[in-house]
Design a protein around this ligand. Structure first.
Ligand SMILES: Nc1nc2c(ncn2[C@@H]2O[C@H](COP(=O)(O)OP(=O)(O)O)[C@@H](O)[C@H]2O)c(=O)[nH]1
Ligand SMILES: [Mg+2]
Length: 191
Protein backbone atom coordinates (compact mmCIF):
# COMPACT_ATOMS: atom_id res chain seq x y z
CA UNK A 1 0.00 0.00 0.00
CA UNK A 2 1.58 3.27 -1.09
CA UNK A 3 2.17 5.81 1.65
CA UNK A 4 1.32 9.47 1.04
CA UNK A 5 2.99 12.27 3.00
CA UNK A 6 0.73 15.30 2.61
CA UNK A 7 3.23 17.70 4.19
CA UNK A 8 6.02 16.93 1.74
CA UNK A 9 3.59 16.05 -1.09
CA UNK A 10 5.30 12.71 -1.63
CA UNK A 11 3.95 9.27 -2.36
CA UNK A 12 6.20 6.36 -1.42
CA UNK A 13 5.86 2.99 -3.13
CA UNK A 14 7.73 -0.23 -2.56
CA UNK A 15 8.78 -2.86 -5.09
CA UNK A 16 10.47 -6.14 -4.27
CA UNK A 17 12.68 -8.16 -6.60
CA UNK A 18 12.13 -11.83 -5.87
CA UNK A 19 13.25 -15.06 -7.47
CA UNK A 20 15.42 -18.10 -6.94
CA UNK A 21 18.93 -17.63 -5.68
CA UNK A 22 21.23 -16.85 -8.61
CA UNK A 23 18.43 -15.67 -10.93
CA UNK A 24 19.89 -12.17 -11.18
CA UNK A 25 18.19 -9.94 -8.60
CA UNK A 26 21.44 -8.31 -7.51
CA UNK A 27 22.54 -7.92 -11.13
CA UNK A 28 19.26 -6.09 -11.82
CA UNK A 29 19.71 -3.61 -9.01
CA UNK A 30 23.31 -2.99 -9.94
CA UNK A 31 22.23 -2.32 -13.51
CA UNK A 32 19.44 0.05 -12.44
CA UNK A 33 21.92 1.86 -10.25
CA UNK A 34 24.38 2.18 -13.14
CA UNK A 35 21.80 3.23 -15.72
CA UNK A 36 19.63 5.59 -13.72
CA UNK A 37 21.89 7.59 -11.46
CA UNK A 38 20.28 10.89 -12.41
CA UNK A 39 16.95 9.62 -11.21
CA UNK A 40 18.10 8.33 -7.85
CA UNK A 41 16.50 10.33 -5.08
CA UNK A 42 19.61 10.34 -2.89
CA UNK A 43 23.33 9.73 -3.20
CA UNK A 44 23.63 6.05 -4.08
CA UNK A 45 26.63 5.44 -1.84
CA UNK A 46 24.38 5.76 1.17
CA UNK A 47 22.24 2.94 -0.03
CA UNK A 48 24.38 0.53 -1.98
CA UNK A 49 26.55 -1.35 0.43
CA UNK A 50 28.53 -3.54 -1.93
CA UNK A 51 28.88 -6.33 0.55
CA UNK A 52 25.52 -6.13 2.21
CA UNK A 53 24.27 -9.10 0.23
CA UNK A 54 21.74 -10.58 0.02
CA UNK A 55 19.60 -7.46 0.61
CA UNK A 56 19.93 -4.39 -1.57
CA UNK A 57 18.02 -1.16 -1.84
CA UNK A 58 17.73 1.63 -4.39
CA UNK A 59 15.52 4.73 -4.12
CA UNK A 60 14.16 6.02 -7.44
CA UNK A 61 12.06 8.96 -8.46
CA UNK A 62 9.06 8.34 -10.72
CA UNK A 63 8.24 12.02 -11.17
CA UNK A 64 4.95 13.78 -10.50
CA UNK A 65 1.47 12.33 -10.16
CA UNK A 66 -0.94 15.26 -9.88
CA UNK A 67 0.82 17.43 -7.26
CA UNK A 68 2.65 14.57 -5.57
CA UNK A 69 6.23 13.46 -6.12
CA UNK A 70 6.19 9.66 -6.48
CA UNK A 71 9.17 7.80 -5.04
CA UNK A 72 9.85 4.15 -5.64
CA UNK A 73 11.81 2.13 -3.11
CA UNK A 74 13.27 -0.95 -4.76
CA UNK A 75 14.51 -3.87 -2.68
CA UNK A 76 15.82 -7.35 -3.37
CA UNK A 77 14.68 -10.09 -1.08
CA UNK A 78 16.53 -13.40 -0.96
CA UNK A 79 14.29 -16.38 -1.29
CA UNK A 80 15.49 -18.21 1.76
CA UNK A 81 16.21 -15.20 3.88
CA UNK A 82 18.72 -15.48 6.65
CA UNK A 83 16.49 -13.01 8.41
CA UNK A 84 12.86 -14.19 8.15
CA UNK A 85 11.64 -11.32 10.33
CA UNK A 86 13.28 -8.81 8.03
CA UNK A 87 11.59 -10.48 5.06
CA UNK A 88 8.23 -10.08 6.79
CA UNK A 89 8.91 -6.39 7.39
CA UNK A 90 9.97 -5.94 3.77
CA UNK A 91 6.78 -7.54 2.55
CA UNK A 92 4.58 -5.19 4.55
CA UNK A 93 2.88 -2.69 2.31
CA UNK A 94 4.47 -3.72 -0.98
CA UNK A 95 3.01 -2.14 -4.09
CA UNK A 96 4.46 -4.48 -6.66
CA UNK A 97 6.89 -7.27 -7.35
CA UNK A 98 9.30 -8.29 -10.05
CA UNK A 99 9.92 -12.00 -10.27
CA UNK A 100 13.32 -12.64 -11.82
CA UNK A 101 13.59 -15.90 -13.73
CA UNK A 102 16.84 -17.62 -14.66
CA UNK A 103 16.27 -18.71 -18.29
CA UNK A 104 18.61 -21.70 -18.03
CA UNK A 105 17.09 -25.15 -18.41
CA UNK A 106 18.88 -26.37 -15.30
CA UNK A 107 17.13 -23.65 -13.26
CA UNK A 108 13.60 -24.29 -14.51
CA UNK A 109 12.42 -26.40 -11.58
CA UNK A 110 13.99 -24.00 -9.09
CA UNK A 111 12.20 -21.10 -10.77
CA UNK A 112 8.87 -22.93 -10.60
CA UNK A 113 9.39 -23.78 -6.92
CA UNK A 114 10.40 -20.20 -6.18
CA UNK A 115 7.32 -18.77 -7.92
CA UNK A 116 5.10 -21.13 -5.92
CA UNK A 117 6.94 -20.23 -2.73
CA UNK A 118 6.53 -16.52 -3.49
CA UNK A 119 2.76 -16.90 -3.89
CA UNK A 120 2.50 -18.81 -0.63
CA UNK A 121 4.67 -16.36 1.28
CA UNK A 122 2.74 -13.31 0.14
CA UNK A 123 -0.61 -14.97 0.77
CA UNK A 124 0.57 -15.92 4.27
CA UNK A 125 1.39 -12.27 4.88
CA UNK A 126 -2.17 -11.31 3.95
CA UNK A 127 -1.27 -9.87 0.54
CA UNK A 128 -3.82 -10.35 -2.23
CA UNK A 129 -1.40 -11.92 -4.68
CA UNK A 130 -3.66 -11.85 -7.72
CA UNK A 131 -4.41 -8.13 -7.28
CA UNK A 132 -0.77 -7.11 -6.81
CA UNK A 133 1.06 -5.48 -9.75
CA UNK A 134 3.56 -8.10 -10.97
CA UNK A 135 6.14 -8.35 -13.72
CA UNK A 136 7.92 -11.55 -14.66
CA UNK A 137 11.42 -10.98 -16.01
CA UNK A 138 13.11 -13.72 -18.05
CA UNK A 139 16.74 -12.97 -17.30
CA UNK A 140 19.97 -14.46 -18.69
CA UNK A 141 18.63 -14.53 -22.24
CA UNK A 142 22.28 -14.52 -23.39
CA UNK A 143 23.09 -17.78 -21.63
CA UNK A 144 23.99 -20.77 -23.80
CA UNK A 145 21.63 -22.89 -21.70
CA UNK A 146 18.70 -20.46 -22.06
CA UNK A 147 15.50 -22.20 -23.11
CA UNK A 148 13.04 -20.93 -25.69
CA UNK A 149 10.93 -18.00 -24.56
CA UNK A 150 7.60 -19.65 -25.38
CA UNK A 151 8.52 -22.62 -23.18
CA UNK A 152 9.36 -20.31 -20.27
CA UNK A 153 6.12 -18.39 -20.77
CA UNK A 154 4.11 -21.60 -20.87
CA UNK A 155 5.71 -22.88 -17.68
CA UNK A 156 5.93 -19.71 -15.62
CA UNK A 157 3.35 -17.37 -17.03
CA UNK A 158 0.32 -19.34 -18.26
CA UNK A 159 -1.98 -16.44 -17.27
CA UNK A 160 -0.15 -13.89 -19.38
CA UNK A 161 1.05 -11.46 -16.72
CA UNK A 162 3.21 -8.53 -17.81
CA UNK A 163 6.60 -9.96 -18.73
CA UNK A 164 9.91 -8.96 -20.28
CA UNK A 165 13.24 -10.42 -21.39
CA UNK A 166 16.51 -9.25 -19.87
CA UNK A 167 20.27 -9.66 -19.73
CA UNK A 168 20.90 -7.91 -16.46
CA UNK A 169 24.68 -8.17 -16.68
CA UNK A 170 24.57 -6.29 -20.00
CA UNK A 171 22.02 -3.74 -18.74
CA UNK A 172 19.45 -5.03 -21.19
CA UNK A 173 15.83 -4.93 -20.06
CA UNK A 174 16.60 -3.78 -16.52
CA UNK A 175 15.32 -0.19 -16.67
CA UNK A 176 12.51 -1.37 -18.91
CA UNK A 177 11.45 -3.78 -16.16
CA UNK A 178 11.32 -0.89 -13.69
CA UNK A 179 9.28 1.11 -16.20
CA UNK A 180 6.84 -1.78 -16.57
CA UNK A 181 6.25 -2.32 -12.87
CA UNK A 182 6.10 1.45 -12.26
CA UNK A 183 3.46 1.78 -14.97
CA UNK A 184 1.32 -0.88 -13.30
CA UNK A 185 1.75 0.75 -9.88
CA UNK A 186 0.97 4.24 -11.19
CA UNK A 187 -2.19 2.84 -12.84
CA UNK A 188 -3.24 1.49 -9.44
CA UNK A 189 -2.45 4.82 -7.73
CA UNK A 190 -4.37 6.68 -10.41
CA UNK A 191 -7.48 4.72 -9.43
N1 LIG B 1 25.03 -14.74 -18.46
C1 LIG B 1 24.35 -14.02 -17.56
N2 LIG B 1 24.67 -14.09 -16.25
C2 LIG B 1 23.95 -13.35 -15.38
C3 LIG B 1 22.88 -12.52 -15.80
N3 LIG B 1 22.35 -11.93 -14.70
C4 LIG B 1 23.06 -12.37 -13.65
N4 LIG B 1 24.03 -13.23 -14.04
C5 LIG B 1 25.03 -13.92 -13.21
O1 LIG B 1 24.37 -14.88 -12.40
C6 LIG B 1 24.95 -14.95 -11.11
C7 LIG B 1 23.91 -14.68 -10.03
O2 LIG B 1 23.42 -13.35 -10.18
P1 LIG B 1 22.90 -12.51 -8.93
O3 LIG B 1 22.45 -11.19 -9.43
O4 LIG B 1 23.91 -12.51 -7.85
O5 LIG B 1 21.64 -13.40 -8.46
P2 LIG B 1 20.69 -13.24 -7.18
O6 LIG B 1 21.03 -14.36 -6.26
O7 LIG B 1 19.29 -13.39 -7.72
O8 LIG B 1 20.93 -11.89 -6.59
C8 LIG B 1 26.07 -13.92 -11.10
O9 LIG B 1 27.27 -14.58 -11.38
C9 LIG B 1 25.71 -12.97 -12.24
O10 LIG B 1 26.83 -12.36 -12.82
C10 LIG B 1 22.58 -12.46 -17.21
O11 LIG B 1 21.66 -11.78 -17.68
N5 LIG B 1 23.33 -13.25 -18.03
MG1 LIG C 1 21.57 -11.33 -4.67
Amino acid sequence: MAYANFETREIHCKVLYLGASGAGKTANLRSIYRRSSIRLTREPAEFIAENFAPYEFIPLSLGQLKDFHVKLHVYTMPEHGLYPTFNMVLLKGIDGLVFVVDSCLSALQENLDSWQHTKELLTQEGINFSALPRVIQYNKRDHEEAIALDVLKQELNPNGLADIEAIATQHIGTLETIQKISGLILDELGK
